[in-house]
Design a protein. Structure first.
Length: 443
């Protein structure tokens, strides 16, 4: 639970020695409460203070690694309170009896979805034992690691097979699923040996929290919760109750990301997967590789997990549209993602190749950036000069958005020898502008 400044001050030496850079212990405590300072700046902090403040600074939902990805770490119940930090990770299940496992693994490995400048991929492969003995799932796990390089979510029938797969996956930050009160000790040892996390399961909430509490007390804290809900409503309720308990009531035993296996995408499975994304799911395992499901779920996820406080932006640089050369036209707009994708799309639609200059505008749209002084003539000219772009092309004309025609004089002053053309106000008119002004003009 977060401590207030006054509560923190009581734990400090109260000598106001100023060595931490603050004038008083209270001022320093206020900074700690706002997470603008670290306790290590006070050389006189007691062990008790370190212990209490260390625990208080842990996120209420534990962060757990899955390969290079991380789940958990959330601090708020609602996105608008601050932001969600870890998007629901999507994994694909493959059964050890699947005849087309190799093709599915290659599909998982090659899957890439590009949205507003982000490349979205599958986070992990779940390998599930459905055959009687463990040989097939061990062989499948070896193939999955070799082909995809992704971490595994291990679901096998007996602890011997789990241990064999975990040993293969050593160092990949994989997850051992199906951990119950009966097999927890044995699987904890396998997880510790191979750097895996454990996904615990039990028939009810009390059983889950008893198991997470036991493992944490024993020093193992890389845990996920796999609540075996019997209905969509139960799954939704469990996720909401666990997250509320962790964030509002500081229930540590509930403060872990969830893992949910979707058994089939029809008959409610698709809705269950969407519910996981909408309501606090940590890792969601889809029953098979289906690009149509992935594109829908990843797009939904992007909407939920975009930081509402930060505009989505593209990297400031000069983008080639098509295959431009030294004489191709040059356009400029801001690095707000929506603006970038609309403008680049319209240039592409016109069929010409061009350069699109995107200076740093803190992700603002054209008029907002101009009003904030981030899209002035001198700002754009400076960006073009410093990027070295001017020296690499022969074109000396640049098209600016029609809404900021007033910057043309300043831009011409900043780029001697260049002519500034005022383009249309709306991106939808770019294609017509290119055909009527640029292509006709050069004909
Ligand atoms: Fe107080 Fe520690 Fe800062 Fe000194 S260094 S003012 S004791 S908080």
């Amino acid at each position: 639970m977060a401590l207030s400044g006054l509560q923190i001050q009581k734990l400090l030496p109260k000598t106001n020695c100023k060595e931490c850079g603050s004038n008083t212990c209270l001022a320093f405590a206020m900074k700690l409460a706002a997470k603008q300072a670290s306790l290590s700046a006070c050389p006189y902090a007691s062990e008790e203070a370190k212990q209490i403040l260390g625990a208080a600074s842990e996120p209420p939902v534990k962060e757990v690694s899955l390969g290079n990805a991380v789940t958990g770490g959330e601090t708020v119940l609602y996105r608008h309170e601050k932001t969600f930090v870890r998007q629901t990770l999507l994994a694909v299940n493959i059964n050890d009896t699947a005849g087309d496992a190799e093709a599915a693994l290659n599909n998982v490995k090659n899957y890439r979805l590009e949205r507003v400048g982000e490349v979205l991929t599958v986070a992990a492969v779940a390998v599930t034992q459905t055959s009687a003995d463990g040989k097939a799932v061990i062989a499948l796990a070896a193939k999955a690691l070799q082909i995809t390089g992704l971490p595994l979510i291990i679901r096998a029938k007996d602890t011997g097979t789990v241990k064999a797969v975990a040993a293969l996956a050593k160092g990949t930050k994989s997850v051992i699923a199906g951990v119950t009160i009966e097999n927890a000790d044995e699987l904890k040892a396998a997880a510790q040996e191979n750097g895996c996390a454990l996904a615990v399961t039990a028939p009810d909430v009390d059983g889950i929290t008893a198991l997470t509490g036991k493992l944490k007390a024993e020093g193992f804290n890389d845990l996920l919760i796999d609540f075996n809900a019997k209905s969509l409503a139960e799954a939704f309720q469990f996720n909401a109750i666990a997250r509320t308990a962790a964030i509002k009531h500081n229930v540590k035993a509930a403060g872990y990301p969830t893992l949910k296996f979707i058994d089939a995408i029809d008959g409610g499975g698709a809705v269950l997967a969407m519910t996981e994304i909408l309501k606090y799911g940590g890792v969601c395992v889809l029953p098979s590789f289906d690009p149509a499901q992935l594109v829908a779920l990843m797009t939904l996820r992007l909407n939920i997990y975009t930081d509402p406080q930060k505009p989505i932006q593209v990297e400031p640089k000069v983008y080639p549209i098509g295959e431009p050369n030294k004489k191709s036209p040059v356009f400029v707009t801001t690095n707000f993602s929506l603006t970038y994708f609309l403008v680049s799309g319209e240039i592409e639609n016109s069929g010409i190749s061009a350069w699109l200059v995107i200076p740093e505008c803190e992700g603002m749209s054209v008029l907002t950036a101009w009003a904030a002084g981030k899209f002035s003539g001198s700002h754009i000219a400076k960006f073009i000069k410093e990027s070295g772009f001017e020296a690499s092309i022969d074109t000396r004309e640049i098209v600016i958005p029609g809404y900021v025609s007033q910057i043309s004089g300043e831009l011409e002053e900043g780029l001697p020898g260049w002519k500034v053309l005022v383009g249309p106000q709306e991106s939808a008119d770019i294609e017509a502008y290119i055909k009527q002004v640029l292509v006709k003009g050069s004909a």
